[in-house]
Write a protein that binds this ligand. Structure first.
Ligand code: PEP
Ligand code: MG
Length: 892
């Protein structure tokens, strides 16, 4: 026989699956000997059985009745006893807290008779009738289905009639009259009478709470919080205690530490002569908890003692609800309290110092997500107004600046000392200087892995992308918000990259002390105080001790490499070489593409060579002694050519004026037309470029080899690794690798040095993952390019889908997080596992890492740890996050 009901004396905190969070904690407090009003919990299993069959599970009521009899015996009076009624509360309590999402029914046991008994024993007639009218209202709406606004309307009407503002000014006889009105209303609406039988009230209340699990509010909340729909809720039935019996009564909430900062102290609110609901509802002003000491010293001391007991027992910050009934303190709820990121770090460090938890437990209690939040300057939450627009929160943090619409303008204004926000429909590599100059980047198109997002995150720059409700008109230099607000160039806006929101005007910022510490090792002094910095430092140190995964950075400039190193990177996992082909060098790339003869092409490549070599020398120097994985050129070459329309317009304008169009323009337009691709992401890029553009691989490898030689002769310890992108078949890699080795051997011979540059490949196509055993024959290392691997596995264009339809997919529950953000373990993860297993079967010492955006995502880091990777590589600003999560993963 399944058992559906547990007395508070029978449960415990480890029974949350069955008894829910509230029920298991009430049981725990009862076991600890704290003053908890007696009661029992109906299990979530009973709820599930009810929801499955639509009817009360067999035997449930008998069990409830037996536990009720126990309650009555210990109280010495029965439920709804006419002269001195025992009254009960019925509250929901699921495994995970769902505040306010389900039903609560108080004062069960009151009826036309017992209300008189309650009036007599309490000596407070008004209190008795107010309790009764609350019950009729709650039961009437939740159990009998009358719209609660009907009750509210009756109440408002009565207040009007009596000429009073507040409920408290209604007299006992007013409230008695209201009860009659409510009962008539119920009869009118349902054809049924308000149940006078206390047992029936209880029975129907329990079932109504079960049903509220599937209420609209509750479902919506679960979807947003990723709580499973099939858990069901437990129901707690408990003796009522009253905080609204006069000045010697009251209700309050308390935290054992400050949930905002984690520091010790006294935090909470108290409301004299009130029930718990009134405290949260904010009907009257509460007083600080410290004030209770003056009002009722004995209850205050008792509360302090219980708070200490709970914190030591739970070894964590607890939040508590309590009621004082005529000078007697009752504990009504406790749970491990929610906290800010700052409080989580500080609290973990302090509890470890106090010996309540181990350093490993302290590490488990903080998170990379929290750390990321602490690293960015943020807006003062009290000062944000209505948002102009919402988009994808692509790179967190807060920034204020004047709006500009192109890169050149951004650079110009920034050079003059102005803070700017670069607004584009979407960004391209051409916008890089402007992005560097700007405080934030805002785009109306693209998702979390769009160019704007990836680059901004790499730079630790605030970014909101895919704000589709904005119409960006770069020509007219303005954007228009959904409500018609027009924002011209030069207007100040505030961009919240953590929330994905844009505000008009300047919202004040709060500085991050953590980032100052990570940048220069100095702590404290900021608005977050010295403690949070110290706490972060300790969590990171612990993570570094226990983690197995190495953490590298994605960086392609010496400056980024230096910063990444300061942030704790153990090398570069991805140095993208594409930006090295922009700016002044673009002319050379054009020459290479337009070359009519081998000699012309070789000249262009020869001009690029010393520039590339200088790039690599700088990066190898910044990362001296640590591995630097340099990826050969990846994007399609037409990305380096001017825009088709721009060229066509230039030529047509010249022709219209009767002039001869510029020959170079004409040649370029020819090349652009020739190289046009419908799906450039699936076109001539990656290793394919290396195989069809003569001399390109050789030039890049020569630049790398010569840079290594130069660093060696300068006494450095360069560790370059050469990585081939977008390989799908071992034969592609074999061909490129032969070329790489030929060039390296040549340099080696000429310079008389041994060049030890491992050659490896990205695994970023499903075919590469599925044939990894073969590919490992030619690869000394693998690095998962999970951006492209996600794109090609799902068939999702990484530049389009997030803004286009991901919100619909999220709403419909196709997935709960974008697969471009958290690795899709089931699909893409399976390919990763296959590639790891088959790659290592061929080459047991194969070094394997990941350099897609997922390398810095907390959940994905845990996956990569379990999958047996050697390292993750992410943008410099994610390095501390990845270190922390790699440590936490190792503890699991
Ligand atoms: C990837 O595809 O995951 C990757 C790192 O390469 P890119 O983002 O440059 O395509
Ligand atoms: Mg890629």
């Amino acid at each position: 026989m399944v058992r559906y009901v547990y007395d508070f004396t029978e449960g415990g905190r480890d029974m949350a699956d069955l008894l829910g969070g509230k029920g298991s904690n009430l049981a725990e407090m009862t076991r600890l000997g704290l003053p908890v009003p007696p009661g029992f919990t109906v299990t979530s299993e009973a709820c599930r059985a009810f929801l499955e069959t639509g009817s009360e599970p067999a035997g449930l009521w008998e069990e409830v009745s037996a536990h009720l009899a126990g309650l009555e015996a210990s109280a010495g009076r029965s439920l709804g006893q006419p002269d001195d009624p025992l009254l009960l509360s019925v509250r929901s309590g699921a495994k995970f807290s769902m505040p306010g999402m389900m039903e609560t029914i108080l004062d069960i046991g009151l009826n036309d008779d017992s209300v008189l008994g309650l009036a007599k024993v309490s000596g407070n007639e008004r209190f008795a009738w107010d309790s009764y009218r609350r019950l009729v209202q709650m039961l009437g709406s939740t159990v009998m289905g009358v719209d609660s606004s009907r009750f509210e309307r009756s109440l408002a009407l009565l207040k009007d009639l009596r000429g009073v503002q507040d409920d408290v000014h209604l007299t006992a006889s007013d409230l008695a009259e209201l009860v009659e009105t409510y009962k008539n209303l119920i009869h009118l609406e349902t054809g049924d009478h308000f149940p006078q039988s206390p047992a029936e009230q209880l029975r129907r209340a329990i079932l109504a709470v079960f049903e509220s699990w599937n209420g609209e509010r509750a479902r919506l909340y679960r979807r947003r919080e990723h709580i499973a729909d099939d858990l069901g809720t437990a129901v707690n039935v408990q003796r009522m205690v009253f905080g609204n019996l006069g000045a010697d009564s009251g209700s309050g909430v308390a935290f054992t530490r400050d949930p905002a900062t984690g520091r010790s102290g006294l935090y909470g609110d108290y409301l004299p002569d009130a029930q718990g609901e009134d405290v949260v509802a904010g009907i009257r002003n509460t007083v600080p908890l410290a004030e209770l000491k003056r009002l009722d010293a004995r209850s205050y001391d008792g509360l302090r003692t219980h708070m200490r007991t709970l914190e030591r027992h739970y070894r964590d910050l607890c939040d508590i609800e309590f009621t004082i009934e005529r000078g007697t303190l009752w504990m009504l709820q406790t749970r491990v309290g929610k906290r800010t990121a700052e409080a989580a770090f500080v609290l973990a460090a302090e509890l470890a110092d106090e010996g309540l938890i181990t350093p490993d437990e302290a590490l488990a209690r903080v998170s990379g997500e929290g750390l990321a939040r602490l690293m960015f300057p943020r807006f003062d939450a009290s000062a944000t107004g209505t948002a102009l627009a919402h988009g994808v929160p692509a790179s967190p943090g807060a920034a204020v600046g004047t709006v500009v619409f192109d890169s050149a303008q951004a650079v110009r204004r920034a050079a003059a000392g102005e803070k700017v926000v670069l607004v584009r429909q979407e960004t391209t590599p051409d916008d890089l200087p402007g992005m560097i100059a700007a405080q934030a980047v805002l785009t109306s198109r693209g998702g979390k892995t769009s160019h704007a997002a990836v680059v901004a995150r790499g730079m630790g720059k605030v970014c909101v992308c895919g704000a589709e409700e904005l119409t960006v008109d770069t020509e007219a230099r303005r954007f228009t918000a959904a409500d018609g607000t027009v924002v011209e160039e030069g207007t100040v806006v505030s961009v919240d990259g953590s929330a994905g929101a844009v505000y008009a005007g300047s919202v004040p910022l709060v500085d991050s002390a953590v980032i100052r510490y990570l940048e220069d090792g100095r702590g404290g002094g900021g608005s977050q105080g010295v403690d949070v910095v110290d706490a972060v430092a300790r969590a990171l140190a612990r993570a570094d001790t226990v983690r197995r995964l190495e953490v590298r950075a994605n960086a392609d400039t010496p400056e980024d490499a230096v910063r990444a190193r300061r942030f704790g990177a153990q090398g570069i996992g991805l140095c993208r070489t594409e930006h090295m082909f922009l700016g002044d060098r673009r002319k050379l790339v054009e020459q290479m593409i337009l070359a009519g003869t081998d000699a012309e092409r070789d000249r262009a490549l020869a001009d690029l060579l010393p520039l590339q070599r200088r790039d690599f020398v700088g990066i190898l120097e910044a990362m001296d002694g640590l591995p630097v994985t340099i990826r050969l050129l990846d994007p399609p070459l037409h990305e380096f050519l001017p825009d088709h329309t721009e060229l066509a317009v230039r030529i047509a304008t010249a022709q219209a004026r009767g002039e001869e169009p510029d020959a170079h323009d004409v040649a370029l337009l020819g090349a652009v037309n020739r190289m046009h691709e419908e799906n450039p992401m699936l076109g001539l890029r990656g290793v394919r470029l290396g195989l069809v553009v003569p001399g390109l691989v050789a030039m890049q490898v020569r630049a790398i080899g010569e840079a290594v030689t130069e660093r060696l002769s300068a006494g450095g310890a360069p560790q370059a690794e050469i990585m081939v992108p977008l390989v799908g078949d071992v034969r592609e890699l074999r061909l490129v690798r032969a070329e790489v080795q030929r060039v390296l051997a040549e340099i080696s011979r000429a310079a008389g040095v041994v060049l030890d540059c491992p050659v490896g490949t990205m695994i970023e196509l499903p075919r590469a993952a599925l044939t990894a055993g073969r590919i490992a024959e030619e690869a000394e290392f693998f690095s998962f390019g999970t951006n492209d691997l996600t794109q090609t596995t799902w068939g999702f264009s990484r530049d389009d889908v997030e803004a286009e339809f991901f919100s619909a997919y999220l709403d419909k529950g196709v997935f709960s997080t974008s697969p471009f953000e958290a690795l899709d373990r089931e699909g893409v993860g399976r390919l990763v596992n296959i590639a790891v297993a088959e790659g290592r079967a061929t080459r047991p010492d194969l070094k394997i890492g990941v350099c897609g955006e997922h390398g810095g995502d907390p959940d994905s880091v845990h996956f990569f740890h379990t999958a047996g990777l050697d390292y993750v590589s992410c943008s410099p600003f994610r390095v501390p996050v990845a270190r922390l999560e790699a440590g936490r993963a190792a503890l699991e």
